[in-house]
Design a protein around this ligand. Structure first.
Ligand SMILES: Cc1cc2nc3c(=O)[nH]c(=O)nc-3n(C[C@H](O)[C@H](O)[C@H](O)COP(=O)(O)OP(=O)(O)OC[C@H]3O[C@@H](n4cnc5c(N)ncnc54)[C@H](O)[C@@H]3O)c2cc1C
Length: 389
């Protein structure tokens, strides 16, 4: 991946923004269990950061994916996982399909304000009864003249308590499960949309995660993204950007934790020397740094393939799997070297340990990543159906 002076300039602007507008508030937002999404997104949107690789016609910067990658990586400087995730949902999880397949009308109505930071977006795939097995979702959008009437419910929806619209995956017919779904933009203020509860989580505390019900929610069919029945395919494509984002966003965050662990263990003494002065400790940290660099190489390779227009399912799946596994190993190892302080909520390593745990579950669990890879390797019966979250 070749980053240019333009990337560096954008990177510096983002670093400045994070240092001035985000990090000073993170502790307060984590305690509150929510952050001011509209306020923050408006500022990010004004700087162009919510549409780096989105079409210029809708207010985006029209740049290639390398800029989105740079941004995802740089968000790792934020002192929690929740705010990067909320931003990532807006840019790389809830809007890629809309940007690529949405009609001019639907993009004007939903994409343009999401890029400007006037709308907060969320993505509604998972349901109480269907997470890994996306094909089995039950939320239905029944055709009624020029409208859909939606009934069902979504679970664990990031940004769900503050969102202005949800990019909703729903069944629009009774046909085969991979051909009966559509992605539909549903304004959250529509009658019948109910944010039932904001969920209490072990990590990602400042990100709001909601359970949402849809009770006879009527939306015009023009709110559908692309062709009817293609929603499953669009979502599987959209997942590739989500998974690449998840891998990129953990790189810098991991390095920060390693650096802080070096600092802490250098200053902490036991048995007449610093904790860091034990070979088992500094060897482990060197190994973790090497693993982060390997993950970076894989993630960049996948990003290059994406820019070249190739199908990145295999590489993005591997990167997401590795990101989840490495996050658990790295934060666990680092926390151990912080000893009792590692167990305290006040230390960054403890927050990282809790936040990072999600990477092996959200956006498709590790086992789902392995299933996709096995299908692609031909070690599981049947071709890769790309049918798993
Ligand atoms: C904080 C948070 C934020 C989220 N944000 C969103 C969001 O914005 N939008 C959205 O749509 N969803 C969101 N999710 C949901 C997330 O994507 C799902 O939780 C995830 O896909 C797993 O689904 P599940 O929880 O139903 O697990 P299940 O499908 O019930 O699976 C449970 C476990 O079983 C194992 N498993 C599953 N399948 C297999 C298999 N084939 N072989 C072996 N083991 C298997 C895995 O270990 C998995 O973790 C979020 C979740 C969390 C926790």
């Amino acid at each position: 991946m070749l980053f240019t002076a333009d990337h560096d300039e954008a990177r510096r602007a983002l670093q400045k923004f994070i240092a001035a507008e985000i990090n000073p508030h993170v502790d307060e937002w984590e305690d509150a269990g929510i952050f001011p999404a509209h306020e923050l997104f408006k500022k990010l949107g004004s700087l162009g950061f919510l549409g780096l690789n989105k079409p210029v016609d809708y207010g985006g910067q029209g740049l290639d994916y390398s800029y989105a990658l740079m941004m995802a990586e740089e968000l790792g400087a934020i002192r929690c996982g929740a705010i990067p995730m909320a931003i990532g949902v807006q840019t790389d999880m809830a809007t890629p399909a809309l940007a690529r397949f949405g009609s001019d009308e639907v993009r004007k109505e939903f994409l343009a304000p999401a890029i400007a930071g006037d709308y907060v977006a969320c993505i509604g795939v998972s349901e109480p009864g269907a997470g890994s097995d996306v094909a089995s979702i039950k939320t239905a959008a029944r055709s009624d003249g020029d409208d859909y009437v939606i009934n069902g419910g979504k679970m664990w929806i990031t940004n769900g308590a503050q969102a202005d619209f949800i990019c909703l995956l729903a069944n629009t017919s009774d046909g085969p499960v991979h051909r009966n779904k559509s992605l539909i933009c549903v304004p959250m203020k529509t009658k019948g949309v109910q944010v039932a509860r904001k969920l209490d989580k072990m990590g990602m505390r400042s990100s709001d995660t909601a359970q949402i019900f849809f009770d006879d929610v009527r939306v015009p069919k023009r709110n559908r993204i692309g062709a009817e029945g293609e929603g499953f395919t669009y979502q599987m494509m959209q997942f590739q950007e989500e998974r690449l984002w998840a891998a990129a966003a953990c790189l810098k965050a991991h390095e920060v934790i390693i650096d802080e662990t070096i600092e802490y263990t250098r200053n902490r003494k036991a048995f007449g020397r610093s904790i860091l002065d034990n070979q088992v400790v500094h060897f482990k940290l060197a190994e973790m740094q090497t693993e982060v660099e390997l993950l970076r190489a894989l993630t960049y390779r996948a990003a290059e393939a994406l820019i070249a227009g190739e199908d990145v399912t295999r590489l993005a799946t591997m990167a997401k799997l590795k990101a989840g596994r490495l996050g658990r190993e790295l934060t666990d190892a680092c926390l151990q070297y912080w000893g009792g302080m590692g167990f305290m909520n006040e230390t960054p390593v403890s927050r990282a340990y809790r936040d990072t745990r999600l990477a092996s579950i959200g956006g498709g669990a590790d086992e789902v990543m392995l299933t996709i890879l096995c299908k692609m390797m031909g070690t599981l019966p049947g071709l890769a159906k790309r049918g798993d979250a």
